[in-house]
Design a binder for this molecule. Structure first.
Ligand code: IPT
Length: 270
């Protein structure tokens, strides 16, 4: 059997950890994996990539690309009888999905900082084209609003450490700088921590930083990063198992799984 994996840029840590888990789990069951990584993650790029995988006669498809509901539904229809599972869509997309609970993750990060007494909290979101980045941003905003707060600054990066560095400078240049920053992924948090060091702000103490992902390197940041753990290995394994179960025939009902996330408290917050 052969599985197609349509993925976001594997130079990013989160998609690469999912791909790694998919590949290991597939190998365990003697299944091949063909990876397709479109340059352009728009509807056209993804459609072409999916058609290309189908032309290679894959038996099942995993799609880890941020997609709006209509885009995901269109790709799912295009796959026809080939089972497809989406990993980066919203709960409202009418497709088979296995996704992390973004609202829960955002709220866990915000609640952690609020619990430590921070009132001036800045937000560094992911790209607004990403459904998960938007969901994290709305979760943060909702949590702050429920505490009668609004963010003291808000910027959007592109998931890279370089963008975290660039946008971090903007957030910290404010007249009354934030006491804490919620960052939409660990790679951008790496850039933010660098900015803090350059500005002579101690993390934690003068500023707290919360990341998101808990990729394998995040415990090795200086200081070790407080972040939201997404179980990428489990998600990758379960995705392959879902496809295998579909191929063995029994179940054909639509399946939507919401995986819980957890806060990992390390040393970047106080
Ligand atoms: C999401 C990561 O949280 C983020 O850091 C970035 O790598 C992004 O993927 C790339 O698309 S995880 C995704 C399964 C929502």
């Amino acid at each position: 059997k052969t599985l197609g994996l349509l993925t976001s840029d594997l130079a990013l840590h989160a998609p690469s950890q999912i791909a790694s888990a998919v590949k290991s789990r597939a190998t365990q069951s003697g299944v091949n994996v063909i990876i397709s990584m479109p340059e352009e993650l728009d509807a056209r790029g993804c459609t072409a990539a999916l058609q290309d995988l189908l032309a290679q006669r894959v038996d099942g498809l995993l799609v880890n690309v941020p997609l709006d509901d209509e885009q995901a539904e269109a790709l799912s229809a295009l796959a026809g009888p080939v089972p497809v599972l989406f990993l980066d869509v919203s709960e409202t997309a009418v497709v088979n999905s296995l996704i992390f609970d973004a609202d829960q993750g955002a709220r866990l990060g915000a609640a952690h900082l609020l619990g430590q007494g921070h009132l001036r909290i800045a937000l560094l979101g992911g790209p607004q084209t990403s459904v998960s980045a938007r969901a994290r941003m709305s979760g943060w905003l909702a949590a702050l609003e429920e505490s009668g707060l609004s963010p003291c600054g808000c910027e959007y990066g592109d998931w890279s450490a370089a963008s975290g560095y660039e946008k971090g400078h903007l957030l910290l240049a404010a007249d009354t700088p934030p006491q804490a920053i919620l960052v939409a992924n660990d790679q951008m948090a790496l850039g933010v921590i660098r900015v803090c060091a350059e500005r002579g702000l101690t993390v934690p103490g003068q500023i707290s930083v919360v990341g998101y992902d808990d990729t394998a390197d995040s415990a090795w940041y200086s200081p070790p990063l407080t972040t939201i753990h997404q179980a990428f290995k489990i998600a990758g394994e379960r995705s392959v198992e879902w496809i295998l179960a579909r191929l063995s025939g029994e179940d054909t009902a639509m399946s939507q799984t919401l995986l819980p996330v957890t806060l990992v408290e390390r040393a970047s917050t106080s």
